[in-house]
Design a protein around this ligand. Sequence first.
Ligand code: WTA
Length: 651
Amino acid sequence: MSDEALANLMTENRVFAPTAEFAAQANATAEMYDVARADRLQFWADQASNLQWEQPWSEILDWSDAPVSRWFVDGKINAAVNCVDRHVAAGNGDRVAIHFEGEPGDTRTITYKDLQELVCQAANGLEELGITAGDRIAIYMPMIPEAVVAMLACARVGAAHSVVFGGFSAEALRSRIEDASAKMIITSDGGFRRGSAFALKPAVDEAAAASPTIEHVLVVKRTGQDVDWNESLDIWWDDLVLKQSTAHVAQGFDSEHPLFILYTSGTTGKPKGILHTTGGYLTQAAYTHRVVFDIKPESDVYWCTADVGWITGHSYITYGPLANGATQVMYEGTPDTPHKARWWEIVEKYGVTILYTAPTAIRTFMKWGDEFPAQHDLSSIRLLGSVGEPINPEAWMWYREAIGGNNTPIVDTWWQTETGGIMISPLPGVTGCKPGSAMGPLPGINAEIFDDAGQAVGNGSGGYLVLTEPWPGMLRGIWGDLERFKETYWSRFSGMYFAGDGAKWDEDGAIWLLGRVDDVMNVSGHRISTTEVESALVSHPMVAEAAVVGASDETTGQGIVAFVILRSGSEDGPGVAKILRDHVAKEIGAIAKPRQIMIVAELPKTRSGKIMRRLLRDVAEHRTMGDVTTLADPTVMNLISQGIDSGPNED
Ligand code: WTA
């Protein structure tokens, strides 16, 4: 963020205090902050007690092997039992767990009893295929209920799932399978998006063929499109799962048993397999979902618009809401299919009371205009949430006014794949909300902002966001790479978790998140590493060198801009940018396609050969260039900046 944008942000001083009406019924209380401060570990133990444990823990936290933590030591728990069976046992089997809305308009209503039967059948199916506790299973699915069923079935039998976002390429899927040595893939023929069927199975076929560890591919039929069939690997979901018994006896697993691996971009080209375990993660997912979203399972209809391929889908579609016995909406498609009021139609149809989405979506709706939400009755909404990137005050206010009827709290929730659950957020009914600020750490969470020297800064100052004490949902490591785990998060400020985000305290002590401080871009709330895109570009035979930066973008937060030097013999021409953009999509996925590719003759480098991304960012954002005196050849930047005005590349 530029200094000017930051200065504008910090002048925001409106505070929307909780209404008496909301406060009177809120799950959260002001005392929670005091209770957690007085005895943080006991506070977390109290939250964990809301879950069903097969065996109690003997110790709340073992931090002796820091930075690898163990929470609720010796406790035994089954995540699927907590998300499904115990609600049925409590007499809530008829409550709707999932209102599914397919993009073409097909719907399914799945009660907790239905979900229990499906999860048990899927668990039996996995066991029939020889899956046992400790195995890893890749899940590559569209947004259909079977994605959630598959995750819970893995959890039920103790296999760690590794969900790979359906928009990622075959190569991205393959490399994640390889890294985790996954034994099987759960997928579907395809899904519906933007008015037509897209295919998933061809990418799975390609990845499976190149993955010697894969023994089975379980395929849900969603679209009915033609698929290639490999008799030795493939099996239809209906032929395996739906033939199983709807009863399955689950066992409790150690609290530290791996629950899932989720890959996220780091500052190198290789994604990090973030490892989460069972008891602590579930405790934080359920607690945060209960207090931040103020969930009332008997009456609320909750809708989180994320994809299960991201951490938000893991914690706030699958584990948090289901652990709390909530009723939720799940929507398969895009917001503008078949018309731009589709989300608001869904809100009205199901009487959605809590909506959780990303600033990119909010800014897009803002651009489309107020007339679309105005076509529907949104008065059921009583709480709004935002996640994934900083939300600008203008978008925050529009969200409140156009969607929230000007009277709902908005929780701006800061967290990461690594943190497992929400860390910084207002508590609705307790904390006032300022447009654009995530306010403060939740009860049980300790955050500070440090300067370069590792000193905590005070109100009115900024620096690096640091989490100073362990928390139950924290990652337990990077799959197979303890050193990288220590180096990435724990070495910058000794013994404390470095989040990679810049932040600032305002004069009132509220936290403002300022974006990444490393080489990770945030495009529509999705983390993409500059190095990963650079590696994809240089893997093309035409490319000699590439430098990638995240340039600020009005809608998507950041957009990817690539500066590319072609190999001698490769000519720049009208089709080159398209070839390279498609190549990145093939290597990583469409979300990583650069917004703009500029073919340049040179890249700005220091005398020691380091690319000066700061200058490229200046060019990409049309700013006056910063200091160029450390460049080996200062004239390089003139040439580069002359080319930028050619604008974004078209698809
Ligand atoms: C950014 C998504 C500002 C941040 C849950 C973080 C945010 C990264 C917010 C994690 C927010 C997430 N305000 N920035 N409310 N929420 N971020 O792992 O840069 O996909 O480090 O997890 O998103 O992205 P991830």
